[in-house]
Design a protein around this ligand. Structure first.
Ligand SMILES: [Fe+2]
Length: 396
């Protein structure tokens, strides 16, 4: 007898914040214009300005229904509702070498101080590509929805990532498929979809958060430990030191609940601005690989996640992200075929300028992931080179 599949349930969104925050002024690309050559030309112009000035933008009318997005959030919620012991079975074996597919429990990535045992409150579950290069070993709520997850991811690739890559190629006066050829779904790359869960704070923790925020706001994120030897309290909260980061791939797509938390550092003014969650839009940013491939013409903007405003602190936060990256074997050398980059003088990235070996995307991915876990967030929390020739700054 077939076993009935439990209903997924629906995912409920929190109301928008009423607080007046300093919002970033970002453009929205209407991808319905992509269908015509004239529309593509227009979009390419808007996009290249956006990724040179801000590195972040919104996308709407991208052809994936809100219902499909909501179902992915519901899958994420079903996963996080599992007991911790069940989730821990999916921690990646190669975590310390920069591996990331599977489950990362809270406290694995960020610790405030090895002596206190303070931990972060963010859990992550990453699901790799469905092109045959990766095993798909998942717990039941994910496994039984795997065909739907695959369809969702493939839609993101064809309806969002490929159009965006085409538009950047047009703006660089390259053949339209130039960047798409480096991002084919069937070729091995470390693209993945990510469910993020940030655990709800207690009123006591919120109080602490408010106190800490007054003095050290920009370097800290909210953390929680179950016992604090120094204070004897059974529950204790503090802020973990976290450096803001840029992403390592080509594009990051972010589906958001209407919870304010993301901030970007305006590349021109260096001011921190909040990114407003918009209805039925994706928030997208360009990342390190595109910056390296374009010799710095396209920006990989620094960003961070902050505790939400007061009227949104009562909810668990769920996030859904998709990371698009070039094939693992792509060498991250500056593209020399673009008349725009040649004219404007963007012909060398930091590896080339310093005479160091230019890494492949695979080398870059694992070096940066490892650096994030053992370098600036590790015990010494010191600024280190990600790879020779690329001394990543710790942004505070
Ligand atoms: Fe990011």
């Amino acid at each position: 007898m077939p076993v009935p599949v439990p209903a997924l349930g629906s995912f409920e969104y929190v109301a928008e914040t009423k607080e007046h925050l300093p919002w970033a002024d970002l453009v929205t690309l209407d991808l319905s214009l992509y269908a015509t050559p004239k529309g593509r030309k227009e979009l390419a112009k808007t996009l290249i300005t956006a990724v040179r000035e801000k590195g972040f933008f919104y996308v709407r009318n991208f052809g994936v229904s809100q219902e499909a997005v909501n179902r992915q959030f519901a899958i994420g919620k079903a996963f996080y509702d599992l007991p911790l012991e069940e989730k821990l079975r999916y921690v990646p074996d190669n975590f310390d070498k920069g591996g990331f597919n599977g489950y990362m429990p809270a406290g694995r990535i960020i610790s405030v101080d090895p002596n206190t045992g303070l931990k972060d409150k963010v859990e992550v579950y990453n699901i790799p590509k469905f092109n045959g290069d990766f095993t798909h070993d998942h717990p039941a709520p994910v496994l039984r929805n795997l065909p739907e997850i695959e369809q969702f991811v493939r839609d993101l690739q064809t309806k969002v990532v490929e159009p965006l890559l085409t538009l950047v190629a047009i703006a660089l006066e390259l053949p339209e498929d130039y960047l798409r050829k480096m991002h084919q779904y069937e070729v091995k790359s470390e693209d993945h979809i990510r469910h993020v869960h940030e655990v709800l704070e207690t009123p006591y923790e919120r109080q602490r958060a408010a106190l800490e925020l007054g003095t050290r706001a920009h370097r800290y994120i909210y953390v929680h430990i179950s016992s604090a030897p120094a204070t004897g309290l059974s529950a204790f909260s503090a802020f973990a030191k976290i450096a803001s980061v840029s992403d390592l791939g080509s594009f990051t797509l972010l589906f958001r609940q209407p919870v304010a938390g993301l901030q970007i550092q305006d590349p021109m003014t260096e001011e921190w601005k909040w990114v407003k969650p918009q209805n039925a839009t994706l928030t997208v940013n360009t990342c390190d690989a595109l910056q390296l491939l374009t010799g710095g013409y396209v920006r990989s903007t620094i960003h961070r996640v902050m505790p939400p405003p007061k009227d949104q602190q009562h909810v668990d936060r769920l996030g859904l992200l998709y990371f698009s990256r070039p094939h693992n074997d792509v060498k991250l050398a500056t593209i020399q075929d673009s008349p725009v980059l040649q004219r404007e003088g963007y012909i060398k990235n930091p590896f080339e300028a310093s005479g160091n070996p230019v890494p492949t995307m695979e080398e870059w991915t694992f070096a940066k992931q490892k650096w994030q876990r053992t370098g600036y967030l590790g015990p010494q929390r010191a600024s280190k080179e990600v790879l020779p020739g690329f001394p990543e700054k710790v942004y505070t």
